[in-house]
Design a protein around this ligand. Structure first.
Ligand code: SAH
Ligand code: F3S
Length: 483
């Protein structure tokens, strides 16, 4: 199937060259490949996680190299691709609503092609056409190579379905097209083998596969040449990365040595794969940020067992202790689910107390949302009432807001190293950037430039932001200070 596409294949482990940075509106990305008459102008709209953002960049690369053009305004497009998320029900509801809006547009412009890509396409498959019969293409995460072929095929009456999951598909030969900026997201692994019972990802993104280490180092070298200062390595369980005996720690070491790279991050690691080699790399590579997003999900071992997370609450706490011992300034953030199947009040309180004890810098918190096809959907009743899920979520959000505010307040008077990202949306006199620990920081520009790392003295804080001014006082190495 793959070899029948219009997209030229390259040797595995070797990227095609792509124009970079993605040119802006008037000269949006394009190159030769298909006859001009068939070249389409494609607008890509992205929902969901960073992996989807990264996949949209990949899709832009595939389309551009086959002679199509990506545009940054929907009014300029004759194809709209909606890259979707299926992780919770409300993510899918949002997309269905958006598709209805796009259908209104299609009524005014009947030639408009609407494609649905990503996790929701893979999850709902042809059922998507029952709710949105005007959709022309349904393309899962392993089918993007067929997008150029699909764009040609949709001229016929039938919609094009690309839904085969393919463990060998890693898009290693395809060069993504990214927007200009200081932070680049780099997918190092696709799919997930963990099978947490609540999670749809293994079903919609397929089996885990890693990209070659050598290729990733070359990718980072190119990103640095293109002007990116920070690279974020992406994977569903990023630290289970494995390439010919090289593990994730080795990848961190190798990538962090790329000349000119200022900062290296990654998301999201799985607690069960937090090896010594990974911890060593974070502790000893100065460019690897001292920030770990370490999803806990629940503080109850019984719930973790029902979730098949493969660690106990005690093991997770021991890991946090070890991380804080080895990397004293480490900033920890997490994901939590409340109201999972059978979660009792006592089990919920274990989550609450674990959060209070660990004191994360911030957390993404969710109500459990049953997903058709998952192991929990098949075997465990979704029996915590919606109002109760809502109450539990509100309680942990209140707790976390207070902890985040307290941790940030303790930074007042400290100096933090901030990588300058851009102008503050609220005030053109200010820049915003992130600390090493990924805290948003806002400060008057003075004579700093986007891409600089500046020392900012913190004067004021909220639960989510540090506010300060550029200071000549050096801060503690590359790390943001944490009390
Ligand atoms: N390992 C992946 C997880 C992706 S999903 C990563 O960190 O990139 C992100 C988070 O969504 C999960 O950690 C979990 O907290 C939440 N989540 C996943 N499935 C969910 C569901 N069915 N209901 C509610 N939250 C869910
Ligand atoms: Fe989902 Fe668990 Fe993998 S949360 S992405 S199945 S690690």
């Amino acid at each position: 199937m793959k070899n029948q596409t219009l997209f030229p294949l390259h040797n595995k482990g070797e990227r095609a060259e792509a124009p970079h940075p993605a040119p802006q509106k008037s000269q949006d990305s394009t190159s030769a490949g298909v006859p001009q008459a068939h070249a389409r102008r494609v607008y890509i709209e992205t929902y969901g996680c960073q992996m989807n953002v990264s996949d949209s960049e990949l899709i832009a690369g595939i389309l551009t190299q086959s002679g199509h053009q990506t545009v940054s305004h929907i009014d300029d497009a004759d194809v709209v691709l909606v890259n979707t998320c299926a992780i919770r029900e409300n993510a899918e509801t949002k997309v269905i609503n958006r598709l209805q809006q796009l259908n209104h547009r299609k009524r005014r412009h009947p030639e408009l092609i609407i494609g649905v890509c990503g996790c929701m396409a893979q999850h709902l498959r042809d059922r998507l056409l029952e709710v949105a019969p005007y959709v022309d293409m349904v393309m899962g995460p392993d089918a993007y190579r067929n997008l150029p072929m699909a764009l040609n095929a949709v001229t016929s009456r039938d919609p094009f379905l690309g839904l085969r999951l393919d463990k060998s598909e890693d898009y290693a030969d395809i060069a993504s097209i990214r927007k200009e900026g200081i932070r680049a997201w780099l997918t190092i692994q696709r799919g997930c083998d963990k099978m947490c019972t609540f999670c749809i990802v293994p079903f919609v993104r397929g089996r885990e596969r890693s990209l070659p280490l050598k290729l990733l180092v070359e990718d980072v070298e190119k990103l640095v040449e293109q002007g990116f200062k920070e690279v974020v390595l992406l994977g569903q369980t990023v630290n289970s990365y494995r390439d010919n005996g090289h593990d994730f720690g080795e990848l961190l070491y190798a990538v962090s040595e790329v000349n000119g790279l200022e900062r290296l991050r990654f998301t999201s690691p799985h607690p069960a794969d937090a090896t010594e080699s990974m911890i060593d790399a974070i502790a000893s590579c100065p460019r690897v940020c001292k920030h770990l997003h370490l999803p806990l999900q629940s503080g109850s071992t019984a719930v973790l067992e029902r979730m098949r997370r493969t660690y106990t609450a005690e093991e997770y706490r021991a890991l946090v202790e070890k991380l804080r011992e080895r990397i004293p300034n480490i900033v920890l953030t997490t994901d939590i689910i409340v109201g999972f199947c059978g979660e009792t009040e006592a089990e919920f309180m274990q989550t609450y107390h674990t959060m209070a004890e660990i004191r994360y810098d911030s957390a993404f918190m969710f109500k459990y949302s049953e997903r058709a096809g998952t192991l929990a959907h098949k075997a465990l009743p979704d029996d915590v009432p919606e109002t109760e899920k809502g109450r539990r979520l509100k309680e942990i959000i209140e707790l976390q807001e207070k902890i985040s505010a307290d941790i940030n307040r303790a930074l007042v008077g400290e100096t933090v190293a901030v990588l300058v990202e851009g102008e503050s949306r609220r005030d053109a006199e200010n820049y915003h950037g992130k600390t090493d620990g990924f805290k948003t920081t806002v400060f008057p520009k003075q004579d700093s430039q986007i891409g600089d790392i500046v020392n900012v003295r913190v004067n004021n804080t909220t639960a989510h932001t540090l506010i300060g001014q550029i200071s000549n006082i050096p801060c503690g190495g590359q790390q943001s200070l944490r009390l």
